[in-house]
Design a protein around this ligand. Structure first.
Ligand code: SF4
Length: 325
């Protein structure tokens, strides 16, 4: 199947449930997303809203069963990823689509030196000789700001600081020159200074390698710094999508507004943060009508009965809310 435009990734109406003994958990409810080369799309929402299921689906790492794809498609460079054999997905992961995670310590192998972990990727995926792989690994350590450092190459993960580990994991993720990078809360476990450095690095990867990047975060403050476009997800449904500027300057959806009001603002002394009342519903018990209605200050009777359709408000700005005109 071929896409009619230059989207690197095109997710259409992706709908996924997890079948469990106590019933089905509806994790993704018909989401649509696109990412082009050289673009950072941020996917934002609270924990449990479906961000990680989305990235794991793209990586082909959602096990079926217990998951079931009810509908939709996931096109990468025009080719369907859903239903691809495991062997093919293994080749695509690392080569074409790579991922960085929130806690590198969990994903780096503690018993292998950093250099061994990066060279293994290059030998396995790109067929390099050991010598070529070591040279290339040094180049990528340099790209991620660790310098052409044999000390880092010969270090075990526990010998590196948190920021260095995150950079080493990014070097591993990009060493095979993937077209698409999935960054799942890559700065959440870092202090503010390191967060800024990693954001700068991710921006430079976009510019240098023209990668498409899906940046997953619960924090709109960070997203504002890095994203070209933003999609806001709630209870497995995209509720608002827009360019960075439009989303922050002309917010349409009450959930996006509530997330914005919960961002600390260092410039406003005495600024009171407004927490969103309640919590994201369980995927097994999604409220009828608009799934946000039990927490929404603007909810009306209609909201508890009728699911709002997603409407386009021009220039790629869309939202799903009965109250948005
Ligand atoms: Fe709030 Fe109703 Fe809009 Fe849902 S549809 S976000 S409940 S106003």
């Amino acid at each position: 199947m071929t896409v009619s435009n230059n989207n690197l990734l095109e997710i259409k109406n992706l709908d996924i449930s997890f079948i469990q003994a106590r019933g089905a958990a509806h994790a993704l409810r018909g989401i649509d997303l696109t990412i082009s080369s050289g673009e950072i799309l941020a996917l934002v929402g609270e924990s449990g809203s479906g961000k990680t299921v989305t990235s794991m689906s793209i990586m082909g790492l959602v096990p079926t069963p217990p998951a079931r794809v009810n509908a939709g498609s996931l096109l990468f460079k025009g080719e369907e990823l859903i239903g691809r054999p495991h062997a093919e997905m293994r080749k695509i992961r690392g080569n074409e689509i790579a991922m960085v995670f929130q806690e590198p310590a969990k994903y780096l192998n503690p018993s292998l030196k950093i250099g061994e972990q990066i060279t293994e990727m290059l030998i396995l995926h790109l067929g390099m000789s050991k010598r070529q792989a070591v040279e290339k690994s040094l180049e990528f350590l340099d790209v991620v700001g660790l310098g052409k450092s044999r000390r880092v190459l010969n270090a075990y993960p526990h010998e590196l600081s948190g920021g260095m580990k995150q950079r080493a994991m990014i070097a591993m993720a990009i060493c095979c020159n993937p077209s698409l990078l999935l960054a799942d809360e890559p700065t959440t476990a870092l202090d503010v200074t390191l967060q800024l450095q990693i954001l700068k690095l991710i921006r430079s990867l976009k510019a240098t390698f023209s990668m498409g990047i899906l940046f997953i975060s619960h924090n709109l403050g960070i997203v504002r710094e890095i994203a070209d476009r933003v999609s806001v997800i709630y209870a497995g449904k995209i509720v608002e999508s827009a360019s960075n500027k439009a989303l922050f300057e002309n917010t349409l959806h009450p959930y996006t507004s509530a997330l914005l009001q919960s961002i600390p603002d260092a410039k406003k002394r005495g600024h009171r943060l407004r927490a969103i009342p309640g919590s994201v519903p369980d995927a097994e018990n999604i409220p009828q009508g608009c799934s946000f209605h039990p927490r929404c200050a603007l909810a009306s009777d209609r909201c508890s009965q009728e699911i709002p359709m997603t409407k386009d408000y021009g220039n790629g700005h869309s939202a799903a809310c009965h109250m948005v005109q």
